[in-house]
Design a protein. Structure first.
Length: 141
């Protein structure tokens, strides 16, 4: 039977022989356990060590948000759109909207929605956020 073999292997580290049916059962059970307890890994992030570590308070290049060190409890309450804004609202910046922008919130303020072609002035953190997200172009003042 499979159970005593596995008990001997797991409990005592003894090598065991499994027939093809037993091997399939073990592999299926391990896959099931991995899918229930594992987490998905972002391959692009793990290959790029620069994405694995961030210097605290450095700016994320695609949002302008600050990289923050958080405890587990802080993480539960954390909202990046209010807690990690890395740029000040002043000065305002002129931008041209290049892609549709739904309504969004940064800090206590709401912005949008905006349509492509609109030229507007936004608080610095909001305008740069849209530029970095590829939804707007920075215009000369």
């Amino acid at each position: 039977s499979l159970r005593p073999k596995l008990k001997a292997f797991l409990g005592e580290g003894k090598p065991i022989r499994l027939n093809s049916r037993e091997r399939k059962i073990v592999i299926d059970k391990l896959k099931e356990a991995a899918s229930k307890t594992g987490v998905r890994i972002d391959w692009m992030v793990t290959m790029d060590t620069g994405r694995l570590t961030r210097i605290p308070n450095s700016l994320h290049g695609k949002t302008g948000f600050r990289a923050l060190s958080l405890t587990f409890d802080e993480c539960l309450l954390f909202n990046p759109f209010t807690d990690a804004i890395g740029l000040p609202p002043e000065p305002e910046v002129p931008v041209r909207i290049t892609l549709e922008v739904p309504k969004f919130h940064l800090k206590e303020d709401s912005f949008g929605p905006f349509k492509p072609g609109e030229e507007i002035r936004l608080p610095g953190h909001a305008g740069i956020f849209l530029v970095l997200r590829g939804r707007a172009q920075l215009l000369e003042s």
